[in-house]
Design a protein around this ligand. Structure first.
Ligand SMILES: NC(=O)c1ccc[n+]([C@@H]2O[C@H](COP(=O)([O-])OP(=O)(O)OC[C@H]3O[C@@H](n4cnc5c(N)ncnc54)[C@H](OP(=O)(O)O)[C@@H]3O)[C@@H](O)[C@H]2O)c1
Length: 333
């Protein structure tokens, strides 16, 4: 594994992190045994940057991870998030009816203790606001998060899907170590104002869904997805955009084959090539994918490769939005 420094800290994080969400939620049937084996394999491969959130299967994902985290606490840099709440108390997807964002100090104080209990640890390494609550000044949210640092419950602070203006306001209250936002060959929203701001302030970008949720790792067939798979509700999987995205995935796979890498490795190498301040956290619940993804740290893309990818994307522009309309209202606040 290769390592990249998390900004504002001396922490060396694996250049390929591990997104744990899909082990409990969103992407089809769970398999706890294989997920635990995958977490142990991550340790073997030197993947020390693990990502979860309190809302992933309503805390079940944090509990699952704790089984490997607790006996290996010093080897893992654990990141979790707060902010999504469910009106009926049941697990749901972000942006689904009944889901709302809470960035109030009272909820933060409650949420952190719940995450610590589920993870069975004393301190969270990186604590993110999962979304910016439009009804609470971001300074108040980050002020409450900074209090957790002073109490020793949290080491570093992060934001997810925040606007450039919110990042600036937050960073003025307490150093923000990471912005976690969606970034992949297909989702380029952070390019421009947001990356300009994180770079000016020296904040790392943690790239989530760097495989475009699997859209570029294989040719999409929504009929193969489980009935409750989160992706079924995304515009990119709708009839309107499917043909474009299937053709795109096929052509992306051809570039990967020419380079003798897998599509997932090509997608991760593309993210890594966008700057040393960026750490992708591909999600998987399978050891074979984890090993494949880890090997992407050694894939170098030439300017010609990057140009070929850009040209391919330009040929298939009708990808559709990355989230539903309701979920899009929650980003870039
Ligand atoms: N901050 C936020 O709002 C936010 C939102 C979404 C995600 N995240 C975080 O980011 C992490 C990563 O994002 P993500 O999981 O949404 O999307 P992703 O990493 O882009 O893609 C995950 C999908 O790709 C598949 N996959 C993984 N490696 C593969 C490989 N080598 N070959 C073929 N397919 C492969 C996975 O399959 P399997 O599931 O079968 O392994 C899964 O279906 C999450 O786990 C979560 O921790 C954060």
């Amino acid at each position: 594994m290769k390592y990249r420094k998390l900004s504002t800290t001396n922490e060396n994080l694996s250049a390929i992190g591990l997104g744990c969400m899909g082990m409990s939620f969103a992407y089809g049937p769970v398999d706890d045994k294989e997920s635990i084996a995958t977490l142990n394999k991550a340790l073997d491969l030197g993947i020390n940057f693990w990502d979860t959130a309190d809302m992933y299967a309503n805390g079940i994902n944090e509990q699952l991870i704790s089984q490997v985290l607790v006996p290996n606490r010093d080897k893992i840099f654990i990141a979790t998030k707060f902010g999504f709440r469910f009106r009926d108390g049941k697990a749901s997807h972000s942006g689904a009816p009944g889901t709302y964002v809470d960035g109030s100090p009272a909820w933060i104080r409650e949420a952190v203790d719940k995450s610590l209990q589920r993870l069975k640890i004393d301190t969270i390494d990186l604590y993110y606001a999962h979304r910016i609550d439009p009804n609470v000044p971001v300074e108040e949210t980050v002020g409450a998060m900074a209090e957790l640092v002073r109490q020793g419950k949290v080491r570093y602070l992060g934001l997810s899907e925040a606007s450039a203006a919110s990042i600036r306001k937050a960073h003025a209250v307490h150093p923000i170590s990471a912005l976690q936002s969606e970034y992949s060959v297909l989702t380029r929203d952070v390019e421009g104002e947001i990356l300009k701001t994180t770079r000016e302030l020296g904040i790392s970008l943690v790239a989530y869904s760097p495989l475009a949720r699997g859209l570029v790792t294989s040719v999409v067939d929504p009929s193969q997805l489980a009935a409750d798979d989160f992706r079924k509700g995304l515009p990119r999987y709708s009839d309107e955009h499917l043909a474009n995205n299937q053709a795109l995935a096929k052509a992306f796979g051809e570039i990967a084959a020419d380079k003798q890498v897998t599509p997932a490795q090509l997608a991760l190498a593309w993210v890594l090539a966008q700057g040393n301040d960026i750490i992708p956290i591909p999600g998987t619940k399978k050891r074979k994918y984890l090993e494949e993804n880890a090997a992407a740290v050694d894939v170098t893309l030439s300017p010609a490769d990057l140009k070929a990818i850009d040209e391919l994307l330009a040929r298939f522009p009708d990808t559709g939005g990355r989230y539903s309309e309701a979920s899009m209202k929650l980003v870039n606040n």
